[in-house]
Ligand binder design. Sequence first.
Ligand code: SF4
Length: 253
Amino acid sequence: MKADLAGLPDKSTIGPLALEFENWAPEDILAWVVRVYGHRAVLACSFGGPSGVVTLDMAMRIDSSLPVYYLDTALLFPETYELVRWMGARYKIKPIRVHPRLSVAEQAAIYGPELWKRNPDICCAMRKVEPQLAFLGTFEAWISGIRRDQSRTRAYVPVIEWDTKFDIAKVNPLATWSERMVWTYIRAHELPYNALHDRGFPSIGCRPCTRPVAEGEDLRAGRWPGFSKIECGLHVSHDSGDKTRLTEDSSPV
Ligand code: SF4
């Protein structure tokens, strides 16, 4: 292992680092993050996908005091909340609950009921992106479980990158892994996982915006059914033309 930098990576040094990390094992990447960032790094886990469970397990084996958080939109499945409790008990941690400013009822009062049926981009911006933006303000790096094989929007994700949306480093230790490798790890370590995976849900988000997928469908095809949208905005940089960020003049719809 190398990757010895004088300080924390920045926008100009992170590209060469990504090339160096390309052939590293995820555990080595996570150990590097813990060594370099300490508690200035935070691990995001949605508890709605197998990759998050694997990343969390690997990180907890390295440093169980690493901060862990999840975005609670207040619209998650009961199985997801159950997995938060299981994993918390397993590693003796309390994942930080990051939540939107508005309750679902308050959002409905301002924007109308079931905004996700009419404008999921604004709903995701309010219930996911903005809370994460506020939360990550005190950190220098965030760790995500996304992988290149999950969708065309993630096909070129680097192992480490500068996240222009949150203006900190973003580390994707499992970027090069496949779905099969993730499940092999889960079975080998007898990890708990979201019970909905056994009922045809490979990727699980909010209740109103997630359906099971058919054999052969894209892993994220069950997200936002009826819309072309396949990303909530957390994993899309401003530079890519993403429009999920709520702007000052966004009006109720
Ligand atoms: S996934 Fe659906 S319900 Fe959840 S924040 Fe996005 S649009 Fe709203």
